[in-house]
Design a protein around this ligand. Structure first.
Ligand code: ZN
Length: 336
């Protein structure tokens, strides 16, 4: 079994992790915080995110229940959809939660790092609706977290990322090591988020702190097991994750693969830092998910292979039927 499963109190992310809790004599931060809350109300924040003062996820964690959502959950299974906003930035609606991957919402511009954003996001921050948690593969590269993305983190109840991201971004972020797990409660149940290894460069290369990145696996009762690669370039690493997930959780239903073969002359002489199109196809073949969601192939100058080349590679490997049509158009698409 996967170890290091953290209690539901950690749905509060950095708050729970940063404040000492002595349940014998004191109320935990969760109890104190929950007891001050009534029904969820939604507010528009300075950055434009519609944030719940108590989201469905947190309400359930606090032992309450969103009555409307609970009624709906009885009638139908929670939606399973993906909305591609551009680059790696994607909303996954799964297990009753709305999870945002690697927020980037800047207008086209150049960065000091040499990266350049080439097109605007398909949705602005004010168009994404409620977000229950951000799953941030890493914070140190503009194409995974840009300035507008960084600004919205403070308005999201839960941010899961790497230990380095927590150090740089603050206690609001939960720093997860490989195979740490967090349970996020929703009105319809719970989604377990497990951090999984990712290698931001070729096999055998250690990029140190600049290469620190995490993937994620989502699972749970009634939750389609979903692998999110993060900025991983290694077929081997993805295969090892796939083997362990299959053994400990079960078959992988959906894989969100960060492809695009990101390259820059400044790092490892233009070696691919994320999956090439062919390697993405090999990962799809090895992990054999029912569906593959390709992201991280558009909108930034460092991606050397586009969606068209990915489709070609998937056809060559005979796995193109798994591909979800995922132009970055901001429209929710069903994965059911
Ligand atoms: Zn990166």
């Amino acid at each position: 079994m996967i170890t290091s499963c953290v209690s539901v109190a950690n749905v509060l992310g950095g708050m729970a992790a940063s404040e000492p809790t002595d349940v014998r004599t004191h109320r935990s931060p969760r109890e104190s915080w929950c007891s001050s809350m009534n029904r969820p109300t939604f507010r528009r924040t300075a950055s434009g995110v519609v944030a719940a003062t108590l989201s469905a996820a947190l309400l359930a964690a606090c032992g309450g229940q969103d009555e409307d959502a609970a009624d709906g959950a009885k009638a139908t299974a929670p939606a399973f959809t993906v909305t591609h906003i551009g680059g790696p930035t994607t909303i996954l609606e799964i297990g009753g939660l709305r999870l945002l991957l690697d927020p980037t919402f800047d207008a086209p511009r150049k960065y000091k790092s040499g990266l350049e954003k080439l097109r605007p996001p398909a949705l602005g921050v004010d168009g994404i609706g409620r977000i229950d948690a951000v799953l941030l593969s890493h914070d140190q590269h503009d194409d995974n977290l840009d300035e507008a993305g960084r600004a919205l983190l403070k308005d999201v109840p839960v941010v899961l990322s790497t230990p380095g991201a927590r150090k740089r971004l603050g206690d609001h972020v939960t720093g997860m090591k490989a195979w740490d797990a967090q349970e996020l409660k929703s009105a319809s149940g719970a989604v377990e988020v497990t951090a999984v290894p990712a290698l931001h460069g070729p096999d055998g290369v250690d990029r140190g702190a600049d290469g620190e990145v995490t993937g994620f696996v989502l699972s749970g009762k009634g939750v389609p097991t979903t692998y999110i690669s993060g900025d991983n370039a290694s077929v081997k690493v993805a295969e090892e994750v796939g083997d362990r997930i299959r053994k400990e959780i079960g078959p992988i239903d959906t894989a969100v693969l960060f492809a695009g073969a990101a390259r820059t002359p400044a790092i490892l002489a233009n070696a691919p830092l994320t999956l090439t199109s062919r390697n993405a196809a090999l990962v799809a073949k090895a992990l054999d998910p029912r569906k593959v969601v390709p992201v991280h192939t558009d909108s930034w100058n460092i991606y050397s292979e586009d969606l068209a080349s990915l489709v070609k590679a998937f056809k060559a490997e005979g796995v193109d039927a798994k591909l979800v049509d995922l132009a970055p158009d901001g429209a929710p698409k069903s994965l059911s």
